[in-house]
Design a binder for this molecule. Structure first.
Ligand code: THU
Length: 164
C-alpha cells in the first residue's frame, strides 16, 4: 500500500496592489460584472471574467430564479457564454469575485464543485491550463495555476467509451 499526496500551489496576494497588471485588470472587470448579478434571493453577487487565448475578455454574473435550482453561478454563465460565442478558443484565465452588500466578504470565494467540473471540461478540451484567481470584496486574493489544482481526480471525457 502507498499513500500519495496531492499538492496544490496556492498563490496568496495579501494586497491587490501585488497583483500583476493583467490580473488586476481581469479582477476589476469581474467586479464590475458582479454588480450586474441577478441575485435577489441570496444577495450574493458573483462576477467572473474569462481571458480567452485570442485576447477577448468574456464576462458574466450569477443569475438566480424564483425556482431556486434553475439559477446559474457566475462561472458557468461566463464559461458557457464564452464557449457559445468563441467555440474553438481556449480559456487562459478566469477571475472570480463575490460581493454581499449586507456584509463585507473578506475570504476569497472559490468556484463551487459544479463550476469546477465545467471549467475542467474546457481545460481538458483545449489541453491548456486555465489559471483561476478568486477574491472577495476585501481581503486576500488567491490564485491556482489550473482547474485541475482545484479539482483533482476529475471526471473527464476520456473516461467515456470512444466513439464508433
Ligand atoms: N455562486 C456563484 O455564482 N459562484 C460560486 O462559486 C458560488 C455561488 C452563486 C450561486 C447563487 O446565485 C449564489 O451565489 C449563492 O449561492
Amino acid at each position: 500500500m502507498e499513500i500519495k499526496k496531492l499538492v496544490t500551489d496556492l498563490t496568496v496576494y495579501e494586497d491587490r496592489k501585488e497583483l500583476p497588471a493583467e490580473w488586476y485588470n481581469l479582477l476589476s472587470i469581474a467586479y464590475e460584472s458582479a454588480k450586474k448579478a441577478y441575485a435577489p434571493y441570496s444577495r450574493f453577487y458573483v462576477g467572473a471574467a474569462i481571458l480567452l487565448e485570442n485576447g477577448e475578455i468574456v464576462t458574466g454574473s450569477n443569475q438566480e430564479n424564483c425556482a431556486y435550482p434553475s439559477g446559474l453561478c457566475a462561472e458557468r454563465t461566463t464559461a458557457f457564454y464564452a464557449s457559445a460565442h468563441y467555440p474553438n478558443v481556449a480559456f487562459k484565465k478566469i477571475a472570480i469575485i463575490a460581493i454581499n452588500p449586507q456584509t463585507k466578504l473578506t475570504t476569497p470565494v472559490p468556484p463551487c464543485g459544479a463550476c469546477r467540473q465545467v471549467l475542467s471540461e474546457y481545460e481538458q478540451l483545449f489541453k491548456s491550463n486555465i489559471e483561476v484567481l478568486f477574491a472577495a470584496e476585501e481581503g486576500p486574493v488567491y490564485k491556482v495555476n489550473s482547474v485541475g489544482d482545484l479539482l483533482p481526480f476529475s471526471f473527464g471525457a476520456d473516461f467515456l467509451p470512444a466513439e464508433d
